[in-house]
Design a protein around this ligand. Structure first.
Ligand SMILES: [Zn+2]
Length: 393
């Protein structure tokens, strides 16, 4: 036991701050650790030396500002993080070392309409196989990140309405995951995980204020404010799909009128092109047509970009993010979609709120959610508790 305020308590606090920064940042240099934690270079150097001797961190050569430097990362042998992404017809699982290296990953197809309990059972089976393939055991896994394409009520642990897995609404997902995996689980909606993944591995590395918009059957946004995921009081922040962008538009499944989802989600885009291109169109085909200069495809995508721009202008006025990332099925539309959004932002947002905002598409594609589930574990306190041995004490 250490006396609060004593030298040894201070040393323990500083050591924890360094570890916390390394596990969240991946492989920062010692200078970056000093800058981010506010500790002196000498203190950081002493702590890193001690952590290296204990085998908790390792040093690797890197280049920082054109100079040779040493990056610090968590040793690969200290523990693992696991991530699961439940989709409409797939379950994707990945295992990473706490050093943020992905060590195993697999996607399995599941029948549409599968219930939550079946999804969790499939995930557990693949998880066991992947962990075994790395030569580790379940006890080495610090925590499990879980992504679902819909809201999860953070107060009750139940899947909320509006999920694109309608069979899952009201399912006690937290309980099912707890019962099957028996380890700390962090459940997030897919847009939140997209934001975390892009910040850890993708287009928004190191960005502290960003909005990730996932467009597929529905539309949701993951908000990172001041370096942290913003979930709101009950976990439903970022339901941008039900922002009104057309006050005279049709009535939405949510009861509201003229929602963004009715202007820019994938089913609407397909429906609008049915008259010119037939009813059996897929979104990949639409994006091919767009690349080939097809006029109807371009017009419908312009309309979607316009509606997105209106909704995003409101978000920019409210949050002033430095980056907006479009992920999901429309990410491949890239330049035409982003240009259309940018045009609207120039017209309707507060100029100072959008002056420096960067628009980009997701770099991680279909892997964004499972990588985000891993990132959720890196951002959580579970790994610090694991590394400092506080779990077992
Ligand atoms: Zn709606």
């Amino acid at each position: 036991m250490t006396t609060p305020g004593s030298q040894s308590a201070l040393r323990a606090t500083n050591r924890r701050r360094v570890l916390e920064h390394v596990v969240r940042a991946g492989s920062p240099t010692q200078a970056e650790i000093a800058r981010q934690t506010g500790l002196s270079a000498a203190t950081v150097s002493n702590i890193v030396r001690a952590l290296t001797e204990e085998g908790l961190v390792e040093l690797t050569a890197t280049v920082s500002s054109g100079r040779r430097a040493q990056a610090v990362r968590i040793s690969r042998s200290t523990g693992l993080a696991a991530g699961v992404d439940f989709g409409r017809s797939h379950v994707r699982i990945a295992i990473a070392a706490l050093s943020q290296e992905i060590v195993a990953e697999r996607e399995v197809r599941v029948r549409r309409g599968y219930p939550a309990a079946e999804g969790v059972a499939v995930a557990r089976e693949v998880f066991d196989e992947l962990v075994e393939s790395t030569g580790a055991t379940r006890a080495d896994v610090v925590a499990l990140g879980v992504g679902i394409p819909g809201p999860i009520d953070t107060r009750t642990g139940l899947v909320g309405s509006g999920s694109i897995l309608p069979e899952w609404v009201g399912a006690p997902l937290e309980e099912l995951v707890d019962g099957s995996f028996g380890m700390p689980a962090l459940i997030e909606n897919d847009a939140n995980l997209g934001a975390l993944a892009e910040r850890t591995w993708g287009a928004a590395r190191g960005v502290d204020d960003l909005v990730y918009i996932k467009i597929s059957t529905g539309i949701g946004a993951g908000l990172v404010v001041d370096g942290r995921l913003y979930r709101g009081a009950s976990g439903t922040a970022g339901e941008i799909g039900h922002t009104t962008v057309n006050t005279m538009g049709p009535v939405c499944r949510c009861g509201n009128r003229g929602c963004l989802e009715l202007e820019a989600a994938v089913p609407v885009i397909l429906e609008r092109l049915a008259a010119s291109h037939g009813a059996d169109l897929t979104i990949d085909r639409v994006l091919d047509l767009l690349d080939a200069g097809d006029v109807p495809a371009r017009r419908v995508l312009d309309g979607a970009g316009h509606a997105l721009g209106v909704a995003v202008a409101g978000l920019c006025n409210l949050l002033n993010p430095s980056m907006i990332i479009v992920g999901g099925d429309l990410a491949r539309a890239n330049t035409p979609l982003l240009d259309s959004m940018r045009g609207v932002l120039r017209q309707v947002a507060v100029p100072s709120a959008v002056e420096h905002v960067r628009l980009a598409v997701s770099e991680l594609g279909a892997r964004a959610q499972v990588l985000g589930a891993l990132a959720a574990v890196f951002q959580s306190d579970h790994n610090i508790l694991h590394l400092t041995g506080e779990l077992s004490s």
